[in-house]
Write a protein that binds this ligand. Structure first.
Ligand SMILES: [Zn+2]
Length: 463
């Protein structure tokens, strides 16, 4: 009897113990480890990867897994290797970029559906890239490759190549950094299928990247120094016994459509000549510098890129927006990409990101400089505002100066257009940027001034 009671008790307890009789839970299928990356590089065009390949070779020495994302296939520009143009050229350049990276052993390579945009204006590039669609692609690739760190172009406008597409790749990478860990963003990407062979839900997991670093597309580098780690590129790779810069140059040889004449010249040289040319003139031998955008895992500003990073996922970090700056009731500021970037830095926790002050741009002369302005009137009555420009000798204000009225509680857009002369034919020294000042006055008082430093060039991308 006692033995029977014991048996009953066992049955009773078994029924109470949760899950004791339940089916065994099936673990979720694992993500595909072949695509797990430590570093994700996000650039715009085939050949842009060369901006960081000398560092990537070092990272490969340290057994880092690398993924590279290109914003476009590089379908504009001239073709130095063949007749193919436009979309056909883009197809060729995709293969060139894959071959270049394959040379280094990197095949985790992806392309967004952005289109080449010949402008310095990031907003035009983002428009031409179908910003929403390419951001969705970017977030998907972060969730798929689960990088620890993103390296990308610094989003900002500078005197330099200042390509709007380069800037757009940095904008998308930053947005994806802040969004990919949020399960409410593009939820169809992280939804698990409820039916077998569900064709629309992607079964990815949210992924929070731990750090983001930038490399600037600017001529003047002083404001970026000391804002992140630097790496020598003349060190010798354990993998190949060649210096890092030399492996990067070897990889670059795939870019025939963009650089055949340069590559042919190198092919004629012996090793000593290549070293002399590449490390003195071409910048291949220059140290690589990065700017720390943000870290969610601590580490010092100039410490190694992987300082503070330990394996495994970290929780999603919701980005707080910095408060709007206080403005007087009547104010003027630069509009266009400049006001976008001010908002962007506030929205993404990047208010410490270096940017030139006053803002700067290089433009082709003869040509036109457009100074976009936003004039805010928070007073209760309409205000008459007078715009005037102080310009370098030989530069003239064509449009946009003079008086106009801004209604009460309104923000007005205005633009001052400046005629730019041709740059000096044979300048005695390198042309210095010139300062353009637009002044806004109301009620006999200056309400604000906007300054831009403008360098005149024979050739530059359109503003
Ligand atoms: Zn480029």
């Amino acid at each position: 009897m006692l033995r029977f009671a014991g048996a009953v008790l066992t049955v009773f307890l078994t029924a109470l113990l949760p899950g004791a009789n339940a089916q065994e839970g099936k673990p979720l299928p694992h993500a595909d480890e072949r695509y797990k990356a430590d570093i994700m590089v996000v650039v715009a065009h085939p050949d842009d990867e060369a901006a960081v390949t000398p560092y990537l070779v070092r990272a490969l020495d340290e057994h880092r897994r690398i993924a590279v994302v290109f914003g476009t296939r590089g379908s504009s520009g001239s073709n130095e290797a063949g007749a193919e143009q436009a979309a056909a050229l883009g197809d060729v350049r995709e293969i060139e970029a894959r071959s270049a990276l394959e040379t280094l052993g990197i095949n985790n390579v992806w392309f967004l559906s952005g289109k080449d945009t010949a402008t310095q204006d990031v907003l035009v590039s983002l428009g031409n890239w179908d910003h929403g669609e390419t951001l969705e692609q970017m977030v998907r690739l972060v969730r798929l490759t689960r990088p620890e760190v993103i390296l990308t172009f610094l989003p900002g406008t500078f005197i330099g190549e200042d390509h709007g597409d380069h800037q757009a790749s940095g904008v998308l990478a930053t947005e994806a950094f802040d969004l990919a860990g949020n399960p409410a963003v593009f939820p169809e990407q992280v939804a698990s299928p409820m039916k077998r062979l569900e064709p629309f839900l992607e079964n990815l997991r949210p992924w929070q990247v731990k750090k983001i670093y930038y490399f600037p597309d600017a001529d003047r580098q002083d404001i970026f120094r000391g804002r992140g780690p630097s790496y020598a590129v003349k060190d010798v790779s354990r993998l190949s016994n060649k210096p890092y810069w030399r492996m990067a140059l070897d990889a670059f040889r795939a870019h025939q459509t963009q650089a055949k004449s340069y590559l042919d010249k190198i092919a004629q040289m012996d090793e000593a000549q290549i070293e002399k040319m590449a490390t003195s003139e071409d910048g291949w031998g220059e140290d690589q510098h990065f700017v720390l955008g943000k870290s969610l895992v601590g580490g010092s500003v100039t410490g190694d890129i992987f300082e503070g990073i330990t394996p495994g996922a970290i929780p999603y970090a919701r980005q707080e927006t910095a408060p709007e700056p206080a403005r007087p009731d009547l104010s003027v500021e630069l509009g266009g990409p400049w006001s976008f970037y001010a908002e962007f830095r506030r929205a993404h926790g990047l208010t410490n990101l270096p940017h030139p002050e006053p803002p700067e741009i290089a433009l082709e002369g003869p040509g036109t400089l457009v100074v976009p302005l936003r004039i805010r009137n928070q007073t209760a009555k309409a205000q008459e505002v007078t715009l005037s420009a102080t310009l370098p000798a030989g530069w003239t204000a064509e449009n946009g100066t003079g008086k106009f009225t801004v209604a009460a509680k309104q923000t007005s857009a205005a633009r001052v257009e400046v005629n730019l002369p041709a740059p000096a034919d044979k300048p005695e020294k390198k042309a210095e940027p010139q300062e353009v000042t637009v002044r806004a006055e109301a009620n006999g008082q200056i309400i604000g001034e906007v300054k831009l430093r403008v360098e005149l060039r024979k050739r530059a991308l359109p503003q």
